[in-house]
Design a protein around this ligand. Structure first.
Ligand code: HEM
Length: 427
């Protein structure tokens, strides 16, 4: 039987025709890899009539499209172009109780993209992340120490959620005690991008986003009155190329993107990686014996379980990709998760192979001008986390009495809903 939650999916033969299949089918998006493989073989640039989306599935095509922002624009109105839910009610709530959600950074093309990118990217350079190494290591160990003596842990709530939330809270200069609020708001943003969201859930998300706005406006006032050595103070003080400060809408949108981009994604790779290790004890033993392989394991987990399986683009004109003509205005899903399992790029694509010559050329962090600003930070967090977990906890297994982890339903994001473990503490 194909277990939808296994990290490594067998290439299950798919007995439906492509025309009947869609990522909007919960069964398929829980385990999309057979669908991806079928599209790669039969229709690599595939029009899905159910969602009105063009699916780009082969590695080379995803790279070509992600690298051609002039033809594949990121300026998509997620609320109108992708969701089926009428956005009017949500727009009115934002107008009445908060701020319009401005398009910045990941949702805009040059020239608007460039100054935002410049502003944020300098904070996460290689040297900046290197300086964070001891701080990350200390925090990882602190988190493990909270449960190590117990011999069991709710890994989701005790490690995978707090680690990335604390890191981004610390960077932004927010108290760690606000971490759970930040997580709730991040989840609201992510859910609101789901192309299959219901109107009711959408309104719940809007309420979460309005709370987020109120909180970050208060923080802005605090940082203006008393600037610190943190990211939020830097954003509040920042000047655009024309010398003007960020508008409140731009500031809120940038805060949201930093929080959203870094939280759920890192959490999901922590969960996928540990789930892989508990279901593959031989790999666990191998990595414990050869920790120098952990960075390669991290890359393989990013490749196999990319949290952002696909992201949206819109064709600015008629475009030919992979021999297929896409019309002007076509809505496109760049399937990073499919490109990552394209056998043309990664032989034995469903297996963890620790000596791939191109192991770090996966697409989990995207490609092109929008590629992930937090890549170095996320990779450092993940590598330190798995290194310390394997060093301090032995024989990690799924807790036998806990529910089986399930993939959270979401059209284009991938992550587990929980993971409880038992282990022996290394003395
Ligand atoms: C495992 C963790 C992460 C994954 C898998 C991931 C994935 C991605 C992907 C796929 C994109 C490309 C978006 C596109 O092409 O439209 C992206 C962009 C971005 N990421 Fe990450 N990300 C991660 C962690 C982080 C962290 C920790 C931060 C911040 C501290 C961050 C900040 C950003 C930002 C700001 C962008 C937008 C860049 C732009 O549009 O120019 N990410 N990320």
């Amino acid at each position: 039987m194909t277990d939808a939650n296994q990290n490594v999916e067998p290439r299950a033969p798919v007995d439906m025709t492509l025309a009947d299949m869609t990522l909007a089918d919960p069964g398929i998006h829980r385990c999309p890899f057979g669908y991806y493989a079928k599209m790669q073989e039969e229709s690599p640039v595939h029009y899905d009539r159910h969602t009105d989306l063009w699916m780009i599935t082969r590695y080379d095509d995803v790279v070509s499209a992600a690298g051609a922002w002039e033809r594949f624009s990121s300026h998509i109105d997620m609320r109108r172009d992708v969701s089926n839910v009428d956005p009017t009610e949500a727009d009115e709530l934002f107008k009445r109780d908060g701020y319009f959600v401005e398009d910045v950074l990941s949702q805009v093309d040059p020239p608007r993209h460039t100054p935002f990118r410049r502003l944020v990217e300098k904070l996460f350079t290689g040297p900046a992340v290197k300086r964070m190494h001891d701080y990350l290591d200390t925090h990882v160990v602190e988190l493990i120490d909270t449960f190590a003596d117990r011999g069991r842990a709710d890994f989701y709530h005790e490690f995978a959620v707090p680690l990335p939330v604390d890191v981004i809270a610390d960077q932004l200069g927010l108290p760690r005690s606000d971490g759970m609020k930040l997580k709730r708001w991040t989840d609201a943003f992510i859910a609101s991008f789901d192309a299959t969201i219901t109107a009711e859930r959408k309104l719940e998300c809007v309420k979460g986003i309005l709370e987020f706005q109120k909180y970050f406006v208060t923080k802005r006032d605090e940082k203006l009155a008393q600037p610190g050595d943190d990211l939020l103070s830097m954003l509040v003080a920042a000047r655009k190329d024309d010398g003007a400060p960020l508008t409140i809408e731009e500031y809120l949108a940038l805060c949201a993107q930093l929080m959203v981009a870094g939280n759920e994604t890192t959490r999901n790779v922590l969960l996928a990686g540990l789930h892989k290790l508990v279901t593959d004890p031989a790999l666990q033993i191998r990595l414990r014996r050869s920790p120098e392989l952990i960075p390669r394991f991290v890359d393989e987990m990013l490749r196999l379980e990319a949290p952002a399986q696909g992201l949206f683009r819109r064709c600015t004109r008629e475009v030919t990709l992979g021999g297929v003509k896409l019309p002007e205005g076509a809505k496109v899903l760049l399937l990073f998760g499919a490109g990552n399992r394209d056998p043309r790029a990664f032989p034995n694509p469903d297996e963890v192979v620790l000596d791939r010559p191109n192991g770090n050329r996966h697409l989990a962090f995207g490609y092109g001008i929008h590629s992930c600003i937090g890549r170095t930070l996320a990779t450092a967090e993940l590598t330190i986390a798995f290194t310390r977990l394997l060093e301090r906890l032995d024989d990690i297994r799924l807790a036998p009495d806990a529910p089986t982890p399930q993939i959270i339903p979401h059209f284009n994001m991938r992550g587990l809903d929980g993971l409880s473990i038992v282990f022996r503490k290394v003395s």
